[in-house]
Ligand binder design. Structure first.
Ligand code: SAM
Length: 272
């Protein structure tokens, strides 16, 4: 099942690259003009100065965040299993005259494909939901870090992901999806793309695995990392519920009359 799920996800991600390259969500034009720094302000705050750091960006998509880190002086290697995403990342790096290395491959093969260690492993926004084995992922992250190296991870909060997103209102929040991980993935059939609601996707089918924050933290601890910082946030980089609104910082929030629920979370961990 995992192979079929991965193949379906791969097809959908390959199709998604062109959609996202042209999307307002990623706003590549502003990034090229240097008007957009990439990454969100809290991420820069958590990361501190990245100049001179060797950074591994897992599931880098077409490299926007990788190149934002390169622009800030990091030596970045991005990995993604989408050939089109890696092609686009390389083209973008060349166009922007930024040095960064992009490798095509599965996250679980990172150790074989990129036999090096890094000061920072950067993994954010829409990543581990595509991965069946979180302990395996934590092992990949730990092996890629040199002693003293850090992981920065941020993603949508599983509390939010359990909700019936289509019909949610302030007074009617219904749990529709399981919170805890199950070996069998959840199947989604989505006719449009998250980067462009007007785009009709050919590859509608995708599969996701839920991983709770404690499951992720536990996997990182078992892999030998020390947790340094954990935080839950009331914002998300994309619009997940109909009532959410986009703030000036490009983050989406819920109206004030909604219950206060976590929309995303972040983890910083270090290899001793
Ligand atoms: C939402 S993007 C995350 C990157 C970044 N937050 C962004 O939005 O540009 C998810 C990426 O994960 C990649 N991906 C999914 N499963 C993967 C796997 N098993 N190995 C490597 N990349 C994978 C997809 O190709 C896609 O580019």
């Amino acid at each position: 099942m995992h192979d079929e799920a991965k193949a379906a996800n791969h097809r959908r991600w390959e199709e998604m690259v062109a959609v996202n390259l042209a999307s307002d969500l990623y706003d590549l034009t502003a990034f090229k003009r240097g008007e957009r720094r990439g990454l969100h302000p809290f991420e820069w705050c958590w990361l501190g100065d990245v100049a001179g750091l060797d950074v591994l960006h897992l599931q880098c998509h077409f490299g926007l965040d990788s190149l934002a880190l390169a622009r800030a002086g990091a030596r970045v290697t991005g990995l993604d299993f989408s050939a089109r995403a890696i092609d686009a990342a390389r083209t973008l790096a060349e166009e922007l005259e930024l040095e960064a290395r992009f490798v095509e491959g599965d996250v679980y093969d990172a150790g074989k494909l990129i036999p090096a260690t890094f000061d920072l492993v950067y993994v954010t926004w829409g990543t581990i939901c595509w991965l069946p084995d979180i302990q395996g992922w934590a092992g990949i992250v730990a092996a890629a870090l040199r002693p003293g190296g850090r992981l920065f991870f941020a993603d949508a909060h599983p509390f939010l992901l359990t909700l019936d997103d289509e019909n949610a209102t302030a007074g009617n929040l219904r749990v529709r999806y399981p919170y805890f991980h199950k070996p069998a993935p959840l199947r989604f059939d989505e006719a449009t793309a998250y980067g462009d609601a007007g785009h009709a996707m050919t590859n509608v089918e995708s599969y996701e695995w839920m991983h709770g924050p404690l499951e992720v933290c536990d996997a990182l601890i078992r892999a030998g990392l020390a947790l340094e910082r954990l935080e839950e946030f009331e914002f998300l980089p994309w619009n997940h519920l109909p009532a959410m609104w986009e703030d000036a910082d490009r983050l989406w929030r819920l109206p004030d009359d909604w219950p206060r629920i976590p929309l995303s979370y972040g983890i910083a961990a270090r290899k001793p």
